[in-house]
Design a binder for this molecule. Structure first.
Ligand SMILES: Cc1cc2nc3c(=O)[nH]c(=O)nc-3n(C[C@H](O)[C@H](O)[C@H](O)COP(=O)(O)OP(=O)(O)OC[C@H]3O[C@@H](n4cnc5c(N)ncnc54)[C@H](O)[C@@H]3O)c2cc1C
Length: 503
């Protein structure tokens, strides 16, 4: 068995390090403007184009301003469009469509969503025993349900709109390789706990070392779970176009290369009455100010730039991830379309579908390796930079794991980084912006909401979190009570968190 290029059992150290007091300047920077380019930007057949809405005047006021054009922000626009397309009462009372604007600091969807590993896979049992112990059985079940729900909804939308092929959606599953006896024992215990609690284990298959070697070419035991891979940027563009073309009751504008640099409250006495809801916030951008009634922070890793109380270990910690795109040394039929993870999920990979005869062997997207970096790449916000040590580990990982399928001498065709938003618990912040460090309510945050911080596992959660937060905004607009969907873990809600005790 070849020596793996990454240390095993690093996750517990990761959790210790992320809990340490933050560096002095812990508030996140804005996204850098010269990021590395991911594979997902190599196809021009994507609308909107990357820099759409980057020129000309900015929108003159909006009802809802969404900051961030990743899967969270665009899903929010999609859910808003659905909420208002069937109900023209608000548009009728305004005498115009409900207006939403998406602000993006750089190119459309160029944050974590546009740089990620392309896995759309719901946990089948995840860290079930920890969730059970820390949060209780009901919450542990919801942590699984939200992911099943998200994957089901996203794949349904893609299918119903005939976009499965456009986004290269694959259903091959995820092979979770177990590199040590300890990892195998713990994963089996999570599986058994979730199964006993009634979680649906359809499609889960445990494989011996010999079976994995025979089928896939890696000398480790594994568990195969249902899972999908896709082209994340294209999937988000599908949602964007559905939102934009939804109905005359809703309008959506996109401003790329337009960072929001600050948000200030509009004094109630100065608020321009805009029945049924007044403008409450001024968003400052280099292209001019924009006033709006509601703000949704869909800024993920960068949330603390505008919300400094979310900086540090109890908030959202920016974390740099790195990926290479490298050719396998065998044809697709010898590789299968299964994606995989290894080493407690630090490494992940999937072979892209082969689209033409000219491609003799598949291109494989492989990410991870940050456990070889000092500090796990935590608090790194610069995705114009490649970490050399991480790159060395990534190049060696697949050849060491699947010795007959990859060649260690093969150079990657592309390499890039992207910034994830980690939280200590692994759960995102979803709901009204709450700063418990302030005594009493802070009126500056009235009408501000957030869905962010998916800890590197956002594809099967962000769409549903955006749905939940949009539900809150729409209920507030309509003067109704909001009740959480059955699948939403209550622990995700901002009201249940306290990010103020930051280090
Ligand atoms: C390398 C890497 C690999 C990953 N692999 C996977 C994977 O395979 N599967 C999975 O489930 N998850 C994966 N993730 C995590 C997943 O991509 C994220 O959880 C998810 O995309 C988060 O979506 P988002 O919309 O909340 O954030 P983002 O996609 O990061 O969107 C936030 C956007 O906000 C913009 N922004 C920030 N601040 C401002 C501001 N002040 N003004 C204007 N715009 C602003 C940013 O430029 C960015 O485009 C990975 C992430 C990375 C980086």
């Amino acid at each position: 068995m070849a020596t793996l290029p990454v240390p095993l059992h690093a996750w517990s150290t990761h959790q210790t390090v992320i809990g340490l007091p933050a560096p002095a300047d812990k508030r996140t920077s804005l996204p850098v403007s010269n990021s590395t380019k991911s594979f997902w930007f190599t196809d021009a057949d994507v609308r909107p184009v990357p820099h759409e809405g980057s020129e000309g005047p900015v929108t003159d006021g909006a009802d809802i301003c969404i900051i961030g054009s990743g899967i969270t922000g665009v899903s929010a626009a999609y859910h808003l469009s659905r909420a208002f397309s069937g109900d023209n009462s608000l548009a009728a009372s305004l005498g115009r469509p409900v207006k939403a604007v998406l602000f993006e600091a750089r190119e459309f969807c160029s944050g974590a969503t546009g740089t990620n590993g392309g896995h759309l896979t719901a946990h089948k049992f995840g860290e079930f025993r920890r969730w059970q112990k820390e949060l209780g059985q009901e919450e542990a079940m919801r942590a699984l349900e939200i992911e099943q729900y998200t994957v089901k909804e996203l794949t349904r939308i893609l299918k119903e709109n005939g976009k499965e092929e456009y986004v290269d959606l694959t259903h091959g599953g995820r092979l979770m390789l177990m590199f040590s006896e300890q990892e195998l024992t713990e994963t089996k215990a999570d599986y058994e706990a979730a199964k006993s609690a009634g979680a649906d284990m359809t499609g889960v298959e445990w494989l011996s070392k010999e079976e994995v070697w025979r089928r896939y070419g890696a000398p480790y035991p594994a568990v195969l779970i249902p899972g999908n891979n896709l082209w994340p940027l294209k999937a988000v563009s599908v949602l964007y176009n559905l939102a934009q073309n939804s109905s005359a009751n809703f309008s959506l504008n996109l401003h790329t290369r337009t960072p929001v640099t600050s948000i200030s409250p509009i004094e109630a006495s100065n608020a321009v009455a805009n029945s049924p809801f007044p403008r409450r916030h001024t968003l400052t951008t280099p292209r001019g100010p924009v006033t709006c009634s509601y703000v949704l922070h869909a800024t993920n890793a960068y949330a603390s730039h505008l919300l400094p109380h979310l900086a540090g270990p109890n908030g959202i910690v920016p974390t740099r991830g790195q990926i290479i795109a490298v050719r396998a040394s065998v044809p697709a039929k010898e590789l299968s379309d299964v994606g995989g993870t290894g080493n407690e999920g630090f490494e992940y990979w999937f072979p892209r579908p082969v689209k033409s005869d000219a491609e003799e062997t598949p291109l494989v997207i492989v990410g991870g390796g940050r456990e070889v970096a000092k500090g796990f790449e935590l608090y790194e916000t610069d995705d114009s930079v490649i970490n050399k040590d991480v790159g060395v580990a990534l190049r060696a990982f697949l050849p060491a794991t699947f010795p007959e399928k990859y060649d260690a001498e093969q150079d990657p065709e592309m390499e890039w980084t992207g910034i994830m938003g980690y939280t200590h618990s692994g759960d995102p912040f979803v709901g009204p912006v709450v700063d418990k460090g302030q005594r009493g309510d802070n009126p500056a945050y009235d009408g501000q909401f957030i869905a962010a911080g998916y800890a590197g596992h956002g594809m099967p959660r962000a769409f549903a979190c955006a749905e939940a937060v949009v539900g809150m905004i729409v209920a507030d607009i309509q003067g109704k009570m909001w009740s959480p969907p059955s699948w939403l873990p209550r622990g995700y809600l901002t009201q249940h968190k306290d990010a103020s005790q930051t280090g």
